[in-house]
Design a protein around this ligand. Structure first.
Ligand code: SF4
Ligand code: SF4
Length: 104
């Protein structure tokens, strides 16, 4: 299991933005809006956006900054191509990276 890289391609593949765990979080919505504004400027987002600006790819960057997530909902990592590609199910924590930290 290699370390998941924080880059534009992987941010685009991440399913966290569609995840019910974050769906009702105002903090998530604000962060997503900010990221979308930065992305509309047509640059390689990984060069201008820092991990804290992205409400996802927690398997690479570690726990979510937002504290109002509902982890009683079902994590969508199992539907993510990165999860399969990197074999994240074989490591810890395996899912709920937003709550439990980066894949290791
Ligand atoms: S495995 Fe989960 S946290 Fe990592 S990129 Fe995919 S959906 Fe996001
Ligand atoms: S890590 Fe899993 S539970 Fe957390 S936001 Fe991403 S898909 Fe949802």
């Amino acid at each position: 299991m290699g370390k998941v890289e924080f880059n534009a391609e992987n941010v685009a593949k991440c399913q966290c933005v569609k995840c019910p765990v974050q769906a009702k979080s105002e903090c998530f919505k604000n962060t997503l809006r900010g990221m979308q504004e930065m992305m509309s400027e047509d640059v390689d987002i990984a060069t201008v956006i820092e991990p804290k600006d992205v409400p996802g790819i927690y398997c690479a960057n570690g726990k979510a900054v937002c504290t109002d997530l509902d982890t009683h909902e079902i994590c969508k990592c199992g539907e993510c191509p990165i999860w399969t590609e990197y074999g994240l199910n074989k490591g810890e924590p395996g899912s709920y990276f937003c709550r439990d930290g980066a894949a290791r």
